[in-house]
Design a protein around this ligand. Structure first.
Ligand code: PLP
Length: 387
């Protein structure tokens, strides 16, 4: 065996077994000729399938082609990129926005560029991996506070208050494993008190939280109180790409300093067109948000009346507490057998004996889909003596 394969053998990795989707996406998907209800997609508003989004994308392909051919600072900037950035800035009530190839790279590139050795970062223990990577790449000192524990965060800030350096408090807006929401008002207050920059990753909140879907900041009525807002075009907006919204100064700085901007090709024009169209739909039609939230409420009511513990979820991400790892895995497998995709989230992603089934409700699910899922959950839950 060659050296590489010999080395990889030591890792004990299993061969990949994927659920490969056939034709079409939405509430119902088809895998290996079998039909499933998908409770594991971030397609919150079903904009992936919106006819206007599809049309706009096809039209731009005819005009511009597919790829963008270069990084932003060379010849990879098109009017579409600038239009999308202006729309995102307006949407987030910020001066400016800057696109990144993905949300992951927006977090990594921004934190790495902004923070340096000798600076201090305060990061929630459940923050997304791309925030963690950005913190590590920056070589700043990283202080991790227990999940949403604001008094521990304050203690850490207090301990470090006499060290004069750049400080950053960074948090997910909506945490993807629990469906819970960061305490942004306290983070804003602490940022101000201790002279720290504040940053929120709103990947799961854009198009979901707040009256107009602007995100966690709108949910708390804190518009323009958070210095840096990160978002993704890949979830509720149904496209691909990430962005940072903030001041003009921040945008200029990142344009010159963030490595994914300098060294990665800009977003393909059809993707930018898709995101612009999604934003327009979202801005024009608040009915689309209501459609999502009506489904979310319906499903949560159903789960509550069955007696499941959904850990106080306040978002379309709903954890159904099961307890033991093996029970959660068995539940997920049972659901799969009858045509429902809903993953088990087990230790160490969540604490021991706090394993859960995680479901995500979207505007694409029909009441009939939700009733079917509730019926199955009831049957399996009772069979396993969980409810
Ligand atoms: C999905 C996600 C990202 C990454 O976004 P992509 O655009 O898919 O790379 C970052 N942060 C959080 C919290 C996410 O859920």
């Amino acid at each position: 065996m060659k050296t590489l394969e010999k080395e990889l053998d030591k890792e004990g990795i299993q061969p990949i077994q994927l659920r490969v989707l056939e034709r079409g996406q939405g509430a119902r998907i088809s895998v290996n000729g079998k039909k499933f209800i998908n409770l594991s997609s971030n397609n919150y508003l079903n904009l992936i399938n919106h006819p206007h989004v599809k049309e706009a994308t096809k039209k731009i392909i005819d005009e511009f082609g597919v790829g963008s051919g270069a990084a932003r600072s060379l010849t990879g900037t098109m009017a579409l990129h600038e239009e999308l950035e202006e729309k995102l800035a307006a949407f987030k009530r910020k001066e400016a926005a800057l696109l990144f190839p993905t949300g992951c790279l927006a977090n990594q590139g921004t934190i790495e560029a902004l923070m340096n050795k000798g600076d201090i970062i305060f990061s929630d223990e459940l923050n997304h991996a791309s925030i963690i990577d950005g913190c590590r790449l920056s070589r700043a000192t990283i202080n991790i506070f227990p999940h949403k524990n604001m008094s521990d965060l304050e203690n850490l800030l207090e301990e470090n208050k006499n060290i004069h350096c750049r400080k950053l408090i960074v948090t997910d807006g909506v945490f993807s494993m629990n469906g819970d929401i960061a305490f942004l008002p306290k983070i804003v207050e602490l940022g101000k008190k201790y002279g720290a920059i504040t940053m929120v990753d709103d990947a799961h909140a854009l198009g979901v939280l707040g009256k107009h879907g602007h995100g966690t900041v709108e949910y708390y009525d804190l518009e323009d109180k958070i210095d840096i807002e990160m978002g993704t075009l890949s979830k509720a907006l149904g496209a691909l790409g990430g962005f940072i919204a903030g001041s003009h100064r921040l945008r200029d700085f990142l344009f010159y300093k963030a490595r994914p901007i300098l060294f990665s090709t800009s977003l393909p024009p059809p993707i930018a067109a898709a995101a612009i169209t999604s934003l327009k739909i979202l801005e024009k039609n608040s009915g689309i948000l209501k459609k999502l939230w009506d489904k979310v409420k319906y499903f949560k009511n159903g789960l509550n009346s069955l007696g499941f513990d959904i850990l106080g979820s306040k978002t379309p991400i709903i954890p159904i507490l099961i307890g033991k790892d093996k029970d959660a895995l068995r539940m997920s497998q049972r659901l799969f057998e009858v045509g429902i995709i809903a993953p088990a989230i087990v230790y160490p992603t969540v604490p021991e004996d706090r394993s859960r089934i995680r479901v995500i409700i979207t505007a694409a699910h029909s009441v009939a889909d939700l009733d079917f899922c509730l019926g199955v959950l009831e049957k399996v839950g009772k069979g396993m003596r969980l409810i």
